[in-house]
Design a protein around this ligand. Structure first.
Ligand SMILES: Cc1cc2nc3c(=O)[nH]c(=O)nc-3n(C[C@H](O)[C@H](O)[C@H](O)COP(=O)(O)O)c2cc1C
Length: 327
C-alpha cells in the first residue's frame, strides 16, 4: 500500500482529497459525513460579506423608523455581528466533531473586513483560512495592476495578522498570470487554490433572457487548472491546490503529477454523493502500486514544467500540427 499522505499548508493530510467550499460543507452534520467518506480536510462554505450587506439592506427596508438614524447603524452592526457569530458557531461545532483540519472560508467586499472577519474566525478555532477572493476585471476604468495590488495587499495583511495558515483561492483572469502568482505566493500565504469558478451567463433563445449556465463544473474545465499547475509548480513560494473539474481519481492524479499538493472536489459530490471518494482513494492507491510509486509526495509535481527537458511543450499556444494535417 502506497503512502497517500500529503503536506498542505503545514498540515499532514492523510490523503490529497479535500472537500471544496460549497453547500455540502455548510453544516456540522454534512462535514462529519465528508470525514466519514475519507476526505482529509474540508473547506467550509464561505461567509460572504456581500450577503450580509444584502441582509442589512433588507432589514433597513423594514426599519420602522423609516429614516437613516442610529437605529440603522445598529441594524448594520447587529446583522454583521449575528452573521459572524453564526459562522463562528459553525466552525466551533465542526472543530468539536471532526478530527480532520477545518479550513474556514471568507469572501469580503471591503478592504478592512478581510482582517476583521478572518480574526474572529481564527478565534473560533479554525485550523486555517481560505480567502475566496474574486474581483471580476469588468470595470473599464480599473487597470490590471490596480486589481492585482488589491489581491496582494489583502493576502499580505491577512497572512501577517493571523497565526493560522492562510490560502487564497483565485481565478485566472490576470494578464501576467505567472508573475502575479509568484508575487502573491511571497506574501506569506501558505497555498494558492487554482481556481474559483464563477456564475456562467447563458442565453435562453426562447425567452431572450440571460440565464445561469451550469452551476456544476464539467470535467473539461480542469484543463485550465492543469495548465497553470504545470507552469507554477516549483516556481511559487507556497503550496498549490487544484479546484475545478475534478470528477474522477484519474484527473486528481494528473493534477498532482503537474504540481497540486491537494485537490478540492465539489461538483463531483453534487452529482454522485460524497461516497465517490472511497473508490477514488482505492484506485489512487492501486495506481501508485502498479506504477511502483511509494507515495503521493514522490509524484507531486513530477511532470511540472520547471523540471521538464521540453519546457516549451507546456506553452504551445496553438494546435499547429493538427490544423496542418487536417487540411
Ligand atoms: C453550489 C455551490 C456552492 C459553492 N459555494 C462556494 C463558496 O461558498 N465558496 C467558495 O470558495 N467556493 C464555492 N463554490 C465553488 C467550489 O468550491 C469550487 O471551487 C467550484 O465548484 C469548482 O470545483 P468543482 O469543479 O469541483 O465543482 C461553490 C460551488 C457550488 C457548486
Amino acid at each position: 500500500m502506497a503512502d497517500l499522505s500529503t503536506t498542505y499548508m503545514g498540515f499532514t493530510l492523510k490523503n490529497p482529497y479535500i472537500a471544496s467550499s460549497s453547500g455540502l460543507t455548510d453544516s456540522v452534520e454534512k462535514a462529519a459525513l465528508l470525514q466519514k467518506h475519507g476526505f482529509a480536510a474540508i473547506v467550509v462554505k464561505s461567509l460572504f460579506e456581500e450577503q450580509i450587506m444584502m441582509d442589512v439592506d433588507a432589514q433597513r427596508m423594514n426599519n420602522m423608523f423609516n429614516s437613516y438614524s442610529e437605529a440603522e447603524e445598529y441594524i448594520e452592526y447587529y446583522t454583521r455581528k449575528h452573521a459572524l457569530s453564526s459562522y463562528v458557531e459553525l466552525i466551533d461545532g465542526m472543530k468539536q466533531k471532526l478530527s480532520i483540519p477545518v479550513i474556514a472560508s471568507i469572501n469580503c467586499s471591503s478592504a478592512d473586513s478581510w482582517i476583521d472577519f478572518a480574526g474572529d474566525i481564527q478565534a473560533a478555532g479554525a485550523d486555517a483560512i481560505e480567502l475566496n477572493m474574486f474581483i471580476m476585471p469588468s470595470d473599464v476604468k480599473m487597470k490590471g495592476d490596480e486589481i492585482e495590488k488589491i489581491y496582494i495587499d489583502v493576502a499580505r495583511k491577512v497572512a501577517q495578522t493571523l497565526s493560522v495558515p492562510v490560502a487564497m483561492k483565485i481565478h485566472h483572469y490576470f494578464s501576467g498570470m505567472a508573475n502575479f502568482a509568484v508575487e502573491l505566493s511571497r506574501t506569506g500565504i501558505k497555498a494558492l487554490v487554482l481556481f474559483n469558478r464563477f456564475y456562467q451567463p447563458d442565453v435562453d433563445l426562447n425567452t431572450l433572457k440571460v440565464t445561469s449556465g451550469s452551476i456544476l463544473s464539467h470535467p473539461d474545465e480542469n484543463a485550465e487548472v492543469r495548465r497553470w499547475l504545470s507552469i507554477l509548480s516549483g516556481r511559487v513560494a507556497c503550496n498549490l491546490a487544484a479546484s475545478t473539474g475534478i470528477h474522477d481519481w484519474q484527473t486528481a492524479v494528473k493534477n498532482i503529477l503537474l504540481g497540486a499538493n491537494a485537490v478540492q472536489v465539489a461538483s463531483a459530490m453534487y452529482k454522485s454523493g460524497p461516497e465517490i471518494l472511497e473508490p477514488w482513494i482505492e484506485e489512487t492507491n492501486k495506481w501508485l502500486d502498479t506504477k511502483g510509486f511509494e507515495s503521493i509526495n514522490s509524484i507531486t509535481g513530477k511532470l511540472r514544467q520547471a523540471d521538464s527537458i521540453k519546457p516549451l511543450a507546456y506553452e504551445r499556444a496553438q494546435f499547429m500540427r493538427y490544423f496542418s494535417d487536417a487540411r
